[in-house]
Design a protein around this ligand. Structure first.
Ligand code: GDD
Ligand code: MN
Length: 361
């Protein structure tokens, strides 16, 4: 048998009930094309990998790449595509929401000169019918942000349905991020203008079996990637999140300070100390949810972390309150004094928190 012309990479996590049906549909849709399916399973507890291997036992076009000790849609897609030796590779979901019947058209467009064909739910002829209202809104927001920030012309940048020339992928692969759901956007943004992109409309179906793994955390990761791409990959997304949290913390601080000053007008020192405590608590919680979400502290560890965060913070806070009080006594501009103190504390907190509170394991 000839080696495959088209590899279809299918990331799976708890999709046992979908894999056989998907292979059946691929077989029907891809008549006349030499294809193979590479399932990349992150050691799903429901036995998806075994289900794929059972299929593979009777069908040499089916392969299973079982990853242990790691999770992540983008990383799974990247590794699956890297394992392919075919000239063309596609990525599609296992749950049958992506319409396999448009795959031959996508392949034809690659042969016609495109480097990448993105399946899209939004252009004329496409359809986002089975999207929930809020999911639809998030998706449209992401699309608009992508246009503004990254400048790539994709109508559906969050899509996990696309096909591309493998040689182009191999060039780009070392610069891709394995985190999150945003593989297509990452490829388009990294490939830049040299990547000829075409779009293929399709009808987004409903999930065949099992449930969606999309959640708010994935949305946050997507935002992180956009911000990182905006700065040309110069700045680590983690630092960007820390800076955002810090900015929010500064606003929280100033609001708390103005409220405290309204209550105790002649005690600036006490008011600034109180505002610092409020901002520190809000910073801890936000950092735990966003900045260090991959190392998120829970339960007793969260409590310990908060105490440590406060201990570290209190050293910063002493300097903060001293600096702010001194500035205030010099100039009497409460918000300049308050902000300068808070910024000083925030810098100290970042360095020490990364080192001690949310230590990489
Ligand atoms: N290997 C692996 N590891 N696969 C994963 C993981 C993971 O950590 N998380 C999800 N998957 C697989 C699922 O098993 C499925 O085949 C595919 O990735 C998409 O996951 P869904 O859980 O079905 O996502 P969705 O349908 O809610 O999300 C849709 O919209 C997203 C954004 O608009 C999909 O079209 C996504 O591709 C798209 O990014
Ligand atoms: Mn899905």
């Amino acid at each position: 048998m000839h080696s495959a012309e088209l590899s279809i990479v299918v990331p799976t996590y708890k999709e046992r009930g979908n894999v056989a049906e998907l292979v059946r549909r691929l077989d029907a849709a891809l008549a006349g094309i030499a294809w193979e399916a590479i399932f990349v399973d992150d050691n799903s507890p429901d036995g998806t990998a075994q289900a794929v291997k059972d299929l593979a036992a009777g069908d040499s076009r089916v392969r299973c790449l079982r990853r242990v000790g790691r999770r992540g849609l983008a990383g799974a897609c990247i590794e699956g595509m890297l394992s392919s030796a075919s000239p063309f590779v596609a990525v599609m979901d296992a749950d049958l929401q992506h319409d396999e019947k448009v795959l031959p058209q996508m392949l034809a467009r690659l042969k016609g000169g495109a480097d990448l064909v993105a399946g899209t739910r939004y252009v004329e002829g496409g359809n986002a019918g089975s999207f929930s209202q809020s999911r639809g809104a998030i998706s449209r927001l992401a699309t608009r942000l992508t246009h503004r920030l990254v400048g790539t012309n994709l109508s559906d940048p969050m899509s996990g349905f696309f096909m591309m020339r493998r040689d182009r992928f191999d060039d780009i692969a070392p610069r891709l991020s394995p985190v999150g759901f945003k593989i297509l956007l990452d490829i388009a943004a990294t490939g830049g203008e040299r990547l000829a992109i075409a779009e293929q409309p399709y009808v987004f179906g409903t999930r065949f079996d099992g449930e969606s793994k999309f959640n708010a955390q994935i949305g946050v990761e997507f935002l992180g990637l956009l911000l990182a791409k905006m700065t040309g990959d110069l700045v680590d997304p983690r630092f960007l999140f820390f800076a955002i949290v810090g900015t929010v913390g500064l606003v929280v601080h100033l609001i708390a300070l103005s409220l405290a000053l309204a209550m105790i007008p002649d005690q600036f020192r006490a008011a600034q100390a109180l505002a610092t405590l409020v901002a520190m608590t809000s910073n801890f919680l936000l950092n735990n949810e966003l900045t260090y979400r991959d190392r998120r502290l829970k339960g007793i560890a969260m409590f310990r972390g908060f105490l440590l965060f406060c201990l570290i913070g209190s050293v910063g806070a002493l300097t903060n309150v001293d600096l702010a009080s001194w500035l205030y006594s010099e100039r009497q501009v409460w918000w300049v004094a308050g902000a300068a103190g808070a910024i000083m504390g925030a810098l100290w907190n970042y360095a020490m928190s990364t080192l001690f509170v949310w230590r990489a394991r």
